[in-house]
Every structure is written in structure tokens, then in C-alpha cells.
Design a protein. Structure first.
Length: 164
């Protein structure tokens, strides 16, 4: 199912957040998703992920989240995105006017977001969760943030090819 290299074929090159959510739901229906993940590392709390597909305009990932695993607050480098929970549950956290708001997403539920979205995603449950994530354009950069006195302050940047 995964593409070996980015496609330059003509076709759709812009996806809205709602379209990305539909694509994530479509890929989430694949019963073989868990078999695509790499072997577990020695870190039992670490996430595992596998890139399902990539073009310059669309990127899809499957991610397994052990209990307690999370991303920390981050953006998506200007990419729009969506994710859907395949198994278990995930909690999305956002900071609005200095207050953390949480939204719990269960199996079959998803979330679409625009290019300026900042959030933290964490498995607050006691069983591993599985999710599918879609980005457009492809994810090339993520800035991480620390929460300081109710404000999100940039703390580091990850680059495609270096960090994932």
C-alpha cells in the first residue's frame, strides 16, 4: 500500500481538512495496519509509526501509541491535517487563552485541522491506541512548544529526513 517515492503524476494537489479526514478514515479501514508497524523498540513507552503513502501533496501515517505516549505541543509546519482513531482512544490538548482544553477521541472518531493548528496528542488510556494521520501538503517540519505561564513558546524544530 505504501508508495516507494513521491509521485509527480497529475491529479489532486490540494486537500481540505475535511477531505484529509475522509482519506484518514479510508486508510483506517485496512485491517492489516498493525502489521505494517516496525518492531517494538527497547523503549516500551515509545510510539511506533509507518508512512503509508507520500506525494508532495499528501502524506499518510499509521501510529501506535502505548499508554502514556504523547507528542507534546507542536504544529505541522503549515500543513493541514487530520487523524482518526483506529483502536483505543487519544486525547487532543489545545491551549486557548492560557487554558488547556481536552478532547477525547475514541475508535472511529477523528479530528480535522487547518494549517495553523497547535496541539498535543496523548494516549491517556491504559491500552495501546492506533491512529491514521493525513497531511497536505506533506509534513516537512514540526515546531515543538513548551507551555510557559499559559503561553506556548517554541522550543525546537524537527525536519523531515532528520527526525522521521
Amino acid at each position: 500500500m505504501a508508495l516507494a517515492r513521491p509521485s509527480t503524476l497529475p491529479g489532486v494537489n490540494t486537500f481540505t481538512p475535511v477531505q484529509l479526514l475522509r482519506v484518514a478514515h479510508l486508510f483506517a479501514s485496512d485491517p492489516d495496519l498493525p502489521e505494517l508497524l516496525p518492531p517494538r523498540s527497547e523503549d516500551p513507552g515509545g510510539r511506533r509509526w509507518h508512512q503509508l503513502a507520500e506525494t508532495h501533496h499528501l502524506q499518510l501515517w499509521v501510529i501506535e501509541w502505548p499508554p502514556g505516549a504523547g507528542t507534546g505541543f507542536h504544529d505541522h509546519g503549515g500543513s493541514r491535517g487530520a487523524f482518526t482513531v483506529v483502536r483505543g482512544a487519544l486525547t487532543e490538548r489545545q491551549v486557548v487563552h492560557g487554558v488547556i482544553h481536552e478532547r477525547r477521541l475514541r475508535e472511529g472518531e477523528g479530528r480535522a485541522f487547518g494549517a495553523n493548528h497547535l496541539h498535543d496528542v496523548v494516549n491517556t488510556g491504559d491500552v495501546a491506541a492506533l491512529s491514521v494521520h493525513a497531511y497536505s501538503p506533506r509534513l516537512d517540519q514540526m515546531t515543538h512548544y513548551d507551555l510557559v505561564d499559559g503561553e506556548l513558546v517554541p522550543s525546537g524544530v524537527e525536519q523531515r529526513g532528520e527526525s522521521w
